[in-house]
Each structure stands twice: as C-alpha cells, then as structure tokens.
Design a protein around this ligand. Structure first.
Ligand SMILES: C[S@@+](CC[C@H](N)C(=O)[O-])C[C@H]1O[C@@H](n2cnc3c(N)ncnc32)[C@H](O)[C@@H]1O
Length: 224
C-alpha cells in the first residue's frame, strides 16, 4: 500500500453546485440526528480550534451550524452555505443557542464579501467537498484580513495504514454518494492554495486535522 492517497486527489469530475445542493438537502436530517454523537466524538477539537476566533468571523460551508457554539460569544458571526436546507438547519441551531447570526446562501468559491472583510474565517469538514478546494481556500484567504487566521477542522486520509487502506477502497463510492474526497490530504490542499500553516494537529488516528493558517495570498489591493 502506498503512503499517498491514490484516490484522494482531485482526479474525478467534480460534483456540480446543483448536485451538491441535492446531496446536502437529503443529508440535513442525518446531520441533525447525529449531532450529539458527532459532538462527543470531535466537539472538543472544534472547541479548542474555533475558540481562537476573534472579532468578525465568517463560517464557510457552515452546514447545520455545528461550529457556532464554539465561536466565542463576543464575536459577530456570519455563516454561508450552498445548500438552502443546510442553512435552515443553521438557523435552528442559531435560534437554539440564542445567538444573532447572519446566514446567507453563497458559493465558497465566489464569496460575496470584500477583501479583508473578516478578522477570522472558520470552516469545518468542507474542503473535501468543494469542487475546487484550492479556489475556495484562496477565497477564504482573500476575505480574511492580513494576519487574521483561517481556522480549518478537516478530515482526510488516516495515518493508521489499515484505516487508510479502507478509506482508499471506499473512496470512489463515498465520493459518488456524498461528493466528499475523504482520503484527501487537507494540509497539502491548504499549502497548494498558498496559505501558510502556523499550526496543525491530527486527531483520532489522523483522520481529523485542526489547522491554523494565515493568508499569504495577496489581494488585488495589496498587489497595487
Ligand atoms: C460535510 S458538510 C459540513 C458542514 C459543517 N461545516 C459541519 O462541520 O458540520 C459540507 C457542507 O459544505 C457545503 N458546501 C459544499 N460545497 C459548497 C460550496 N461550493 N460553497 C458553499 N458550501 C458548500 C454543503 O452544503 C455542506 O453543508
């Protein structure tokens, strides 16, 4: 077995935004049903990472809002997602937390915000699903102010060989069902997008990664 994912690479035709919306409209109920279990499994990692957020915060591909409770109360928070159904779930989560969170429909690859608009950008379990994760990460860097942080909680190919082997075998089917490249290498994608990784930690047999990155991508304004 090789140490690099044969199949986590972006070598298959990407799912279209319409296909992703369809997939995630169906997934909302499952996300909400397994929320408590997910929180027990990875809630502490989300908490440790996203409690670093400061100021104005953008949650990209916020889904049903699993990150919201981990972003400090004093922050002003905006969540965006491609899926209207997921955003409905995010609204329910914001209401249950009693937090005033702005939610909007948006494509991560074309974020409708000015350069440097946010102090912190957060995103979880998302780069595996974006049709073009490098473009999406560059957008996150663009809308994050210079020296602001991009905080990513991602999943990818396990560092435990038997588990990685299983992931590789099932990757094509999982991609077909969920549009998710679950054996990708999240750090490699972040580096390819030109962000600088300040800190990275892997959890649970290396399947999950907490990444603190900083934008080194120049915006148009910075270039001139
Ligand atoms: C696995 S879910 C993760 C949701 C949430 N961040 C979490 O941690 O539970 C992936 C999310 O990415 C969203 N998504 C996929 N492609 C997107 C895109 N191009 N722009 C914005 N959101 C997208 C999906 O609608 C879905 O809500």
């Amino acid at each position: 077995m090789s140490d690099t994912a044969p199949d986590g690479a972006r070598d298959r035709p990407a799912k279209s935004p319409d296909e992703l919306q369809f997939i995630y409209a169906d997934a909302v109920e499952t996300f909400e049903r397994f929320e408590a279990l997910e929180r027990r499994l990875v809630g502490r990692y989300r908490q440790r990472l996203f409690s670093r957020a400061q100021g104005t915060v953008l949650d990209v591909a916020c889904g049903t809002g699993s990150n919201f409770r981990h972003v400090p109360e004093g922050c002003s928070l905006v969540g965006v997602d491609l899926s209207a159904a997921m955003l409905d779930g995010a609204r329910r989560e914001a209401d249950s937390l009693g937090r005033d969170i702005t939610l909007a429909h948006a494509d991560a690859q074309r974020l409708p915000f000015d350069d440097d608009a946010f102090d912190t950008v957060v995103s979880a379990l998302s780069t595996c699903t974006f049709p073009d994760p490098v473009a999406a990460l560059r957008e996150m860097a663009r809308v994050c102010r210079p020296s602001g942080r991009v905080l990513l909680f991602e999943h990818g190919r396990s560092s435990a060989r038997p588990l990685a082997w299983g992931q590789d075998r099932l990757a094509p089917r999982h991609f077909e069902q969920m549009g998710c490249r679950w054996n990708q290498d999240p750090e490699a994608v972040v580096r390819e997008a030109g962000l600088e990784i300040r800190r990275s930690e892997r959890h649970l047999a290396g399947v999950f990664s907490s990444i603190v990155a900083e934008s080194t991508v120049e915006t148009d304004a910075e270039r001139t």
